[in-house]
Design a protein around this ligand. Structure first.
Ligand code: VGL
Ligand code: ZN
Length: 222
C-alpha cells in the first residue's frame, strides 16, 4: 500500500478590491472590508503559494449594465453569444460598472497584507465574456493562467476566501474542485452579495460540486 501524504495547500484571495468594499465601492459587498483580519491571519500560515486575484474589466465589458441601454444593474440579464461558436450562449446578470482597468476601484484594498502575496492573477479582461471563476470563463475564451500556476507548484489543496462568496469565490472554488483539488471555502474570509440566497441555497449548491465550506476554527459549518 502506498500512502500519498502530499499536502501542498494554496490560498486564493479572490477580488479583495475597492469596488467590492464599503463605503465607496460601486459594487460594495455588505461588510466586504471586514474580512481583512481573517484573510491577513491566513496569510501568516505556511501555504505553498498565496495568490490574490483581481477583477480587471475594460470599460466596454459585457457585464456592465451601462453598456446595454435600458438595463438595470442587478436586475437585468444579457445573453452572451460564444465569440467563435455562435451555437453556444450563456445568460448573465448585469452589474454596476466596477473594477475598470486603471481606476482606483480595481485596486486591492490597502487593509490586505499584500507583501505576503506571491502572485497576483488578473481576470475578466476579455470584454466579450463574463468571468466569475479566476480560472476561466464558462466558454473558456479567457484563461487566466491560475490553473497553470497551481500545477507548477504541485498544489493539492485549495483554500478560497475573498469577494464575493456567491459569485467569484463560489465560481473559483467550483473550478478548483472540478480541476481535481481538494477545495475549501473559509467561511469567515468571505461575504456574499445576497446573504439570504447564499445561506438558503448557495452554500448547498457549492457543496454539491465537491467544495467544503469550513470555519477558521476547523469546524465544518454548512
Ligand atoms: C464579482 C460580480 C461581478 C465578484 C465580479 O468578484 O464576485 N461579482 N464581477
Ligand atoms: Zn466583474
Amino acid at each position: 500500500m502506498t500512502i500519498n501524504s502530499a499536502f501542498k495547500p494554496a490560498l486564493i484571495i479572490v477580488d479583495f478590491q475597492e469596488d467590492f468594499c464599503p463605503p465607496n465601492g460601486s459594487l460594495a459587498v455588505p461588510q466586504g472590508r471586514d474580512i481583512a483580519p481573517v484573510v491577513n491571519a491566513l496569510l501568516t500560515l505556511p501555504f505553498a503559494i498565496k495568490i490574490a486575484t483581481r477583477d480587471k474589466h475594460p470599460q466596454n465589458h459585457i457585464s456592465f449594465a451601462e453598456n446595454h441601454p435600458g438595463a438595470i444593474p442587478l436586475k437585468s440579464y444579457h445573453t452572451i453569444i460564444h465569440p467563435t461558436d455562435p451555437t453556444k450562449s450563456d445568460t448573465t446578470l448585469l452589474w454596476p460598472t466596477h473594477c475598470v482597468q486603471g481606476t482606483t476601484g480595481a485596486d486591492l484594498v490597502p487593509e490586505l497584507d499584500a507583501e505576503k502575496i506571491d502572485v497576483v492573477v488578473d481576470k475578466g479582461m476579455d470584454a466579450r465574456v463574463e468571468m466569475y471563476s479566476a480560472f476561466y470563463d464558462p466558454m473558456r475564451v479567457s484563461v487566466s493562467g491560475l490553473g497553470e500556476k497551481l500545477k507548477e507548484e504541485s498544489v493539492t489543496d485549495v483554500f478560497v476566501v475573498g469577494l464575493a462568496a456567491d459569485y467569484c469565490v463560489r465560481a473559483t472554488a467550483e473550478s478548483a474542485a472540478e480541476e481535481g483539488y481538494r477545495t475549501f471555502i473559509v467561511e469567515e474570509g468571505t461575504r456574499p452579495v445576497m446573504r439570504e440566497i447564499w445561506e438558503a441555497e448557495g452554500k448547498k449548491m457549492v457543496e454539491g460540486k465537491g467544495v467544503r465550506i469550513v470555519s477558521v476554527d476547523g469546524e465544518e459549518v454548512a
